[in-house]
Design a protein around this ligand. Sequence first.
Ligand SMILES: [Zn+2]
Length: 67
Amino acid sequence: MPVYDYRCESCGNRFDELVSFSKSDSEIKCPKCNDKKSKRMLSAPSISTNGSSATPSNSCGAPSGFS
Ligand SMILES: [Zn+2]
C-alpha cells in the first residue's frame, strides 16, 4: 500500500497516511484536529538524472584530491 504525504488545510499539520486503494482522499482525517480537509502532497518520484551510463572512460588513474 502506498504511503502519501498529506497536509491539513485547517491546521497545517503534515502527516503520512497509509492509503488503501478503496480509500479516497476525502476520508483522510488529520490526526491533529480530526478535520477532513487534508490535501495530498505531490511528492516527486525519484528519477535519476542523466542516467547511469555517464561514467567517464578517461579516468583510469586514481583520483587524488578529487571531491
Ligand atoms: Zn489538522
